[in-house]
Design a protein around this ligand. Structure first.
Ligand SMILES: Nc1ncnc2c1ncn2[C@@H]1O[C@H](COP(=O)(O)OS(=O)(=O)O)[C@@H](OP(=O)(O)O)[C@H]1O
Length: 316
């Protein structure tokens, strides 16, 4: 049996659709699917992975030279999408989770996931959980200790609420933020084993990374400034990556409905684009005294992180 599917664009929907084919091909192993794609490097690569012959192969797949390693809910998707506007950046759309979940699959598997790049282009990926996974620094250094590491950091209190909001969306009936954040209501001690709290202990995670990488390998991006001044933060990232400052003010506009900066004309599209509904969710109200206790808890860790990174992020 033979199916022909024609896809016309390099849109995210197309890429997502073709990625889904991985599952279908496993189920329909006796079915041949022919896909005609126009202008879709990522989808093209996925077909290659599936063993479906594809004629056009421009560039080569390289291991990433730069990775956005964290932090979860920091603004990592926004940063990656903004960087993708740059003609010399090619990035994997999905999070590969190679160093934390799929390390056993080996470096060739990882390299194969990457988009093809031409000389002078940078290969990138983002997996925010890398920053808090103990094994990741040594594994990443074993791949290449010169990899450039980008960490988008956000006020750990807001980050924790954002993290909680995401879990709440997936798990209605989740206990309250207060009951998860504190060990028990009488002691009021913060439960640092709850992942939403633990991830915000940036100084501790960075300490683990500094055993394997020098501080100069890192760029810390302010999640707050990525919203208030996206061109400024993306400018710093372009400098860090040794790229010409191409992505700038003219690429962004502030979308009042979304409440966030959006791209005027992203890659492969002629229309403006904001991030999806899962980015920029409304947070549930959290009692002020709960937030204050968390702020007090994080203060020494934040100060230590400012000292280690040499940057004051202004959280209080
Ligand atoms: N331009 C733009 N548009 C939408 N959202 C933006 C943008 N810039 C930063 N952010 C903030 O990104 C937060 C989600 O962070 P991540 O993309 O790192 O989340 S994830 O870890 O990949 O799930 C997301 O968190 P929430 O607001 O809590 O949903 C946003 O605050």
């Amino acid at each position: 049996m033979c199916y022909a599917i024609c896809l016309k664009s390099d849109s995210r929907a197309t890429v997502k659709f073709v990625n889904q084919l991985q599952h279908w091909v496993l189920i329909l192993s006796n079915v041949t699917i022919i896909i005609i794609l126009y202008n879709s490097i990522e989808a093209h690569d996925t077909l290659g992975r599936l063993g479906i012959p594809v004629a056009n192969t421009y560039g080569t797949k390289k291991l990433p030279q730069a990775i956005i390693i964290g932090v979860k809910k920091g603004g990592t998707r926004a940063l990656l999408e903004f960087l993708r506007v740059h003609p010399d950046v090619r990035a994997l759309g999905a999070e590969p989770h190679f160093f934390d979940r799929f390390y056993d699959k080996g470096l060739e598997w990882y390299r194969n996931l990457m988009p093809r790049t031409l000389d002078g282009q940078i290969t990138m990926e983002k997996t925010p959980s890398y920053f808090v996974t103990k094994e990741t620094p040594s594994r990443l250094c074993a791949m290449n200790c010169d990899t450039k590491l980008i960490v988008v950091v956000r006020d750990p209190v807001t980050r924790a609420v954002s993290d909680y909001t995401q879990t709440l969306t997936k798990t209605p009936g989740l206990p309250s933020f207060r009951s998860l954040a504190f060990k028990n209501s009488s002691s009021g001690a913060v439960d640092a084993s709850w992942s939403a709290v633990r991830i915000g202990l940036y100084a501790q995670h960075l300490e683990n990374w500094l055993r394997h990488f020098p501080l100069s390998s890192f760029l810390f991006v302010s999640g707050e400034r990525l919203v208030s001044d996206p061109a400024g933060e993306v400018g710093r990232v372009q400098d860090f990556l040794g790229l010409k400052r191409i992505v700038g003010d003219k690429h962004f506009y502030f979308n009042r409905t979304k409440g966030f900066p959006c791209l005027k004309k992203p890659e492969g599209s002629s229309r403006p684009r904001c991030l999806g509904k899962s980015k920029g969710r409304t947070h549930p109200p959290i009692p002020t005294e709960v937030l204050q206790k968390l702020r007090d808890f994080y203060r020494p860790f934040n100060l230590r992180f400012y000292q280690m990174s040499g940057q004051d992020f202004g959280w209080d």
